[in-house]
Design a protein around this ligand. Structure first.
Ligand code: NAD
Ligand code: IPM
Ligand code: MN
Length: 356
């Protein structure tokens, strides 16, 4: 029997609540599909700062590297907002992405049938279905470029650098083209090539990689237009390929089309089997500790883990089907509509297990 070692990085705010529900569901899936899971917890983010003084202790990196996969809740919160930039909880998150070489972040924006009415976008715009895959570069660009403070014209100033190498663009582009080949063979590369030199290199490189994928229909779009098109007509998109910062912003926007930021899962991949799986949302300090957070993004991240890292695609399909089933009746407050049964975080986890 396969036995997987999973490192849990529960993090801060709602992190522990939502990861606990995802673990519940993973345990149910393990029992049903006949595999074993062993968990080990490690510290990341604010909780790591409190315990060790730094957001990413060496021990956490070592534990993640020694596991088959990593499940993350979220990090950050007002308590640590006055930390110096390189010691913030968020710096720990960037650190673990960098240390594990997780350059490819897949953020599927999928609308579950029963949730269509919960989306602020009109039914006729969403159409029969919505299934957009955002492929976000995750270990380069302005998040990892040089930054600092200096004096300019006698005033304090600050700077950050957006830079991409051809190699970085090529490898993320290949991930996106490979995915497009398995989907509807349509790829939209999103950049700001009318202004940024790094985006011009991005666009040239994507065009060159496209020569290896003649079947994929490629178009380029400026990020400002893309933000608008996502709301105007999201169905025009199949795979969106974009940089670290643009992908961060566009995926929060895409989450709302799917009903709530509490619904969107993600996989961060390196090309090896080890991946890190996390919801796209943050630690939601405003609702932490109240048992009202939506755990479905984290539960769906477990489904992505089963599919991309653990070769348990049947179990992944079953979790997604269980989530769809549960949404016909049960809703956390963020996706609540009249006529449904309102449940808390904990009960939502139980209902998904039951449906499994
Ligand atoms: P956020 O995603 O935490 O919250 C934005 C809004 O969405 C809040 O109103 C929140 O209550 C709501 N929300 C988020 N997740 C939800 C869920 N599962 N169920 C129901 N409602 C949910 O973003 P923010 O407020 O901008 O950031 C809060 C903290 O989280 C910051 O410290 C930020 O840096 C951090 N953050 C961490 C991650 C991560 O760890 N991956 C991602 C984004 C933000
Ligand atoms: C996300 C978050 C992170 C990011 C922050 C917390 C570093 O917003 O995972 O979307 O911007 O990548
Ligand atoms: Mn984000």
């Amino acid at each position: 029997m396969a036995d997987y070692k999973i490192t849990l990085l529960k993090g801060d705010g709602i992190g522990p609540e939502i990861v606990n529900q995802a673990v519940k569901v993973l345990d149910c899936a393990a029992e049903k599909f006949g595999f074993g899971v062993t968990y080990d917890e490690a510290l990341l983010g604010g909780c790591a700062i409190d315990a060790t003084g730094v957001p990413l202790p060496d021990e956490t990196v070592a534990k993640c590297k020694a596991s088959d996969s990593v499940l993350l809740g979220a990090v950050g919160g007002p308590k640590w907002d006055s930390q110096p930039g390189n010691n913030r909880p968020e710096a720990g998150l960037l650190g673990i992405r960098g240390a594990l070489g997780l350059f490819a972040n897949l953020r599927p924006s999928v609308i579950f049938g029963p949730l269509k009415s919960a989306s602020p976008i009109k039914d006729e715009i969403i159409g029969g279905n919505l299934d957009v895959m955002i492929v976000r570069e995750l270990t380069g660009g302005i998040y990892f470029g040089e930054r600092g403070r200096k004096e300019v014209n006698g005033q304090p100033a600050a700077w950050d650098t957006e830079m991409y190498t051809v190699g970085e663009v090529e490898r993320i582009a290949r991930v996106a083209f490979d995915l497009a080949m398995k989907r509807n063979k349509k790829l939209t590369s999103v950049d700001k090539a009318n202004v940024l030199e790094s985006s011009r290199l991005w666009r040239e490189t994507v065009k060159r990689v496209a020569e290896d994928y003649p079947e994929v229909e490629l178009n380029h779009m400026y990020v400002d237009n893309c933000a608008m098109q996502l709301v105007r007509n999201p169905r025009q998109f199949d795979v969106i390929l974009t940089s670290n910062i643009f992908g961060d912003i566009l995926s929060d926007e895409a989450s709302m089309i799917a009903g709530s930021i509490g619904m969107l899962a993600s996989a961060s991949l390196s090309g090896s089997k080890l991946g890190l799986y996390e919801p796209i949302h943050g630690s939601a300090p405003d609702i932490a500790g109240q048992n009202i957070a939506n755990p479905l993004a984290t539960i769906l991240s477990v489904a992505m883990m089963l599919r991309y890292s653990l070769d348990q695609s049947e179990a992944a399909d079953a979790i997604e089907a269980a989530v769809a089933k549960v949404l016909e009746t049960y809703r956390t407050p963020d996706i609540y509509e009249e006529g449904f049964t309102k449940v808390g975080c904990d009960e939502m986890g139980d209902r998904v297990c039951e449906a499994l």
